[in-house]
Design a protein around this ligand. Structure first.
Ligand code: SIN
Length: 291
């Protein structure tokens, strides 16, 4: 990957954790020049999570910027804004007692056949305390493992399902607390689908652990205790501090992250305060493993 100083149309400040970067020098409410867009895409491929501060965006501007990254993705189980079917409002009222949406490590909609490549999250109202989003780097977690262990993982497929969250007995179906977001639960969430446990990124060619504690429910061909032991070990590795970037929001910030090589977690911690974020996704491809 080229060093940060080779950017000419944007300014990229990598986070000291070695993952994630802040991008300035562009105005997202206007179409990017081809050169600036190419540099944003390059920075995204290099850093996996990009944060753009000071970017007030109307709904249409958020949609237009999303479409510069790629076509909209599918967003099941959460009702979108009625006037903007590709924007989800991630909203928590000050008096809500329900579990914070996204407060468990996940990669967006990994149970789909073609999960979204990217998610964009834009801050409208940020609480005075808490409300951070944490990101975990699936590339470096994979690369930290021994060659022998990596070879073993390269041949495995993990089973993903929405059932723990959106299924008949899932978190959202059984939570009696009122919530501002309109979440859909039901039978369709019980389905499961397998993806390679190690995903080869279509742009960078790098390998990443493609599993997450919310949607990954097992490993093909393994008993439950075997799957659990292996997944627990891998999740613990992915969540080591050295692989985490903590994003602290200010109003009018936008993050763009790559679901193919990261997990994320909404940290909560702002009970009594309003938090409003707008979220879009970009369509992805069927995950490809090591050939
Ligand atoms: C999400 O999981 O998409 C929500 C993240 C957040 O609200 O910080």
């Amino acid at each position: 990957m080229p060093p940060a100083e080779t950017y000419r149309h944007i300014t990229v400040r990598p986070e000291p954790e070695g993952f994630g970067a802040e991008v300035t020098g562009v105005t997202l409410r206007q179409p990017l020049s081809p050169e600036a867009r190419a540099e944003v895409m390059r920075a995204w491929a290099q850093h996996c999570v990009l944060a753009f501060p000071d970017q007030p965006l109307a709904h249409e501007e958020l949609e237009a910027f999303t479409l510069q990254i790629g076509p909209f993705g599918e967003d099941p189980y959460v009702k979108p804004m009625p006037s903007h079917p590709n924007i989800l409002e991630v909203r928590r009222e000050p008096d809500e007692k329900s579990r914070t949406f996204g407060q468990a490590w996940h990669s967006d909609w990994s149970f789909l056949d073609t999960p979204p490549a990217a998610t964009l999250l834009h801050s409208k109202v940020t609480p005075p305390v808490g409300g951070d989003t944490l990101y975990a780097d699936g590339y470096r977690a994979y690369e930290s493992l021994s060659p022998t262990f990596r070879r073993l993982l390269d041949g495995l497929h993990a089973v993903h399902s929405a059932r723990r969250s959106y299924g008949l007995q899932g978190t959202f179906a059984t939570d009696p607390e009122k919530r501002a977001m309109d979440i859909i639960t039901g039978e369709s969430a019980e389905a499961s689908r397998s993806h390679p446990l190690v995903r080869v990124h279509p742009l960078s060619g790098r390998r990443a652990l493609y599993i997450n504690p919310v949607y990954t429910i097992g490993i093909e061909g393994m008993t439950e205790p075997e799957s659990k032991a292996l997944l627990d070990f891998l999740f613990a590795r992915m969540l080591e501090d050295r692989f985490i970037y903590r994003h602290r929001w200010r109003q009018h910030m936008l993050t763009l992250w790559d679901n193919r090589c990261t997990m994320h977690f909404a940290d909560g911690g702002y009970d009594g305060h309003l938090r409003v974020m707008h979220r879009t996704t970009v369509a992805g491809e069927r995950p490809v493993g090591v050939q």
